[in-house]
Structures are given as C-alpha cells and as structure tokens.
Write a protein that binds this ligand. Structure first.
Ligand code: SF4
Ligand code: SF4
Length: 77
C-alpha cells in the first residue's frame, strides 16, 4: 500500500506588512509567545495559539524565536 504524504496544516494570517504562520499540531499551548508579545497580537483558543490582531505586530520575532516547539513563524514582507 502506498504511503500518502499529507501536507502539514498551517494557519496563516497576513496583512500588507507581515505574515504569521501557525502549525496547530506543533503548538502545545504553553502561552510563552502570548506572554512575550509586546503588543498583544496573539491569544489562546482551545489551548492553541491564534492571531488576535495582526495589525499590531511589530515583527519583533520574539514569538518565533522563543517558541520551544517551532509552531509559529513570522515573515516580514
Ligand atoms: S510558544 Fe509555541 S507552543 Fe507555546 S503557545 Fe506559542 S506557538 Fe504554542
Ligand atoms: S513578531 Fe513580535 S509583535 Fe509580532 S506577533 Fe510575534 S511577538 Fe508579537
């Protein structure tokens, strides 16, 4: 039987300046990124991180750099 390779589910949110990508399967809901974000861009929903207000993102990269599970990525446009 052939093994089917499925793409990782990524939740992407973006505006003209930045794109934030979250891999829900990797997020263990530790809230480190939510507490570190200086402008309250992120929040929790059902024990997973979610983007609440992307327009407040300053692209400081703290969430991506400090996530222990590589579950959140920030791309400056
Ligand atoms: S730091 Fe990483 S694992 Fe923790 S809540 Fe944020 S995205 Fe999820
Ligand atoms: S890059 Fe900085 S401002 Fe943007 S969501 Fe992450 S911690 Fe918050």
């Amino acid at each position: 039987m052939a093994k089917v390779q499925t793409a990782e589910k990524i939740e992407a949110t973006e505006n003209a300046k930045v794109k934030i990508s979250i891999i829900p399967r990797f997020c263990k809901g530790c809230e480190i990124c939510v507490k570190l974000c200086p402008t309250q861009v992120l929040g929790m929903e059902m024990f997973k991180v979610k983007v609440v207000d992307i327009d407040k993102c300053t692209v400081c990269m703290a969430c991506e750099l400090r996530c222990p599970d590589f579950a959140i990525f920030v791309d400056k446009k």
